[in-house]
Design a protein around this ligand. Structure first.
Ligand code: NAD
Length: 482
């Protein structure tokens, strides 16, 4: 499927043709025509036209429709997961999981969306009814990246729809195909409730500046998020920004390294390190540093790099040549700066495909790009620290604040970490788990909102306070004053 989905119709994008390439083979998978401005406009208009009807659809009916999307996702899991592996390079097992998590998210918000729509306040006058009403914002522009194309869309789409909004969504130009397949999932909704347009930053910006979009829900890089924030500020348009990270991973002296090292390897190398919450800086206490490094080298060497569609593959290629080149550049500058790459960092013997083998780096100084900037690749730089004070201070030293991990069984250490780490998620002995019922998002430059949980629904709702004097009485505090 290479066509856009606008007002319940498949439409060919008539803009620039974007070539989708299989990152494991470098073969062309498809060419997808981007939306031109008129098509972006049609999609926003379709969403506006559908907004009133969707908003007034009884919440229980909306819930049935959202459960229907979850059912469709599960029924099409194999085809979706395969398409995601072909265009995105993640191992099939991870993509099957992603489809399941996306379906679960729709089920969760189907129910949460019909649970309440505000609250009733104690009145300030006898006979007054004071209501706080939660309303949809209108039309949501949902712009997502390529690393978890369906899940990150579901985290926006499910709560936005449950709150009564209509949506225009744009996938990444690297991974449009699995998203365009979702038109089948939305076929039961009224035309215009969900619209899908494709293209790059220019199509995204057209949605951002369109006067018909009321909120921009964006997941992607901090640089693009800053640009979107600036554009939206000019229109006082709401933003919901989920941005980059540079997550720290602290290993305390009491940690069981037979668990902490494989957990650390998974946190660093999952999806070839292309997870917004990939662990990208390891701060390890002095007394366990040598053994931890040794174990991480063994873990990295054991990761099976290969065809994402083949059983037994742990890690596929990176998404694109440019992304691999960026990571290789960080590794090269680290080496030039005196760091040592103990294992990996090569192309794993593959002549085709954008493979990069998982690496372990030591002796990298804090001034290096590898230690300061988001890597988004399978690299684990490990730093020796003398105390928890030092680990926490270094973890908090960067402008990012998405997630943070710690391994310890000491309650005093665990408490200090959950209290002092400036991150939207803190995982203690439990790297990178998600829970639909709890919020996910970043502090500082990693974002300004939260997805999932009740917070993730609230992000897509407007608040109205109603003061209603049911008796319509004249008030004693009006003119004339005594
Ligand atoms: P990206 O910022 O290049 O692109 C993300 C999406 O935004 C794409 O659809 C892209 O076409 C669009 N886009 C880019 N510039 C735009 C602009 N000026 N206006 C409107 N739309 C624009 O990011 P990417 O390379 O696709 O994804 C990787 C980044 O995403 C990493 O920085 C990663 O940390 C971040 N990410 C964050 C989270 C999170 O939840 N915080 C989750 C996943 C990925």
């Amino acid at each position: 499927m290479t066509q856009l989905w606008i007002a319940g119709q498949h439409v060919a994008g008539t803009g620039t043709s974007v070539t989708v390439i299989n990152p494991a083979t470098e073969e062309v998978v498809a060419a997808v025509g981007s939306a031109v401005l008129e098509q972006v406009d049609s999609a926003v208009r379709a969403a506006r036209d559908a907004a009133d009807g969707w908003r007034r659809t009884p919440a229980a009916e909306r819930a049935d429709l959202l459960h229907g999307i979850a059912t469709w996702l599960r029924e099409h899991s194999d085809a979706l997961a395969r398409q995601m592996s072909i265009e995105g390079g993640k191992p099939l097992i991870e993509n099957s999981d992603e489809v399941g998590w996306s379906a679960a998210c729709f089920d969760y918000y189907a129910e949460l969306g019909r649970h309440e729509r505000g609250r009733v306040l104690p009145p300030v006058e006898d006979g007054q009814l004071a209501l706080v009403l939660k309303e949809p914002l209108g039309v949501v522009a949902a712009i997502v990246p390529w690393n978890y194309p369906l899940l990150l869309l579901a985290w926006k789409l499910a709560p936005a729809l449950a709150a009564g909004n209509t949506v225009v969504a744009k996938p990444s130009p690297y991974t449009p195909l699995s998203t365009l397949m979702l038109a089948g999932a939305f076929a039961e909704l009224s035309p215009g409730v969900v619209n899908l347009v494709t293209g790059g930053a220019e199509v995204g910006e057209a949605l951002v500046v369109h006067p018909g979009t009321d909120l921009v829900a964006f997941t992607g890089s901090t640089a693009a998020g800053l640009r979107i924030g600036e554009l939206c500020a000019r229109q006082v348009k709401r933003t919901h920004l989920e941005l980059g990270g540079k997550d720290a991973f602290i290993v305390c002296e009491d940690a069981d390294l037979s668990v902490a090292a494989p957990g650390a390897a998974w946190a660093a190398y999952l999806n070839a390190g292309q997870v917004c919450t990939s662990a990208e800086r390891f701060y390890v206490m002095d007394s366990v540093y040598d053994e931890f490094v040794e174990r991480m080298v063994a873990e990295a060497a054991a990761v099976r790099l290969g065809d994402p569609l083949a059983a037994g593959t742990d890690m596929g290629p990176m998404i694109a040549e440019v992304q691999r080149a960026k990571v290789e550049g960080q590794l090269a500058s680290a080496r030039d700066g005196g760091a040592r790459i103990l294992v990996g960092g090569d192309r794993g013997g593959f002549e085709r495909g954008w493979f990069l083998s998982p690496s372990v780096v030591v002796d990298a100084t804090d001034d290096l790009p590898l230690m300061r900037e988001e890597t988004f690749g399978p690299v684990a730089p490990i730093v020796r620290v003398s105390s928890l004070d030092e680990a926490i201070a270094r973890a908090n030293a960067l402008p990012y604040g998405l997630g943070a991990n710690v391994y310890t069984n000491r309650t005093d250490y665990a408490y200090r970490c959950l209290d002092e780490l400036k991150a939207g998620t803190v995982w203690i002995n439990d790297p990178l788990t998600d829970n639909d019922a709890g919020p996910f998002g970043g502090m500082k430059a990693s974002g300004n909102s939260r997805e999932l949980g009740p917070e993730g629904l609230e992000a897509f709702r407007e608040t109205k306070h109603v003061h209603w004097d049911t008796r319509a009485e004249r008030k004693p505090w009006w003119y004339p004053y005594a």
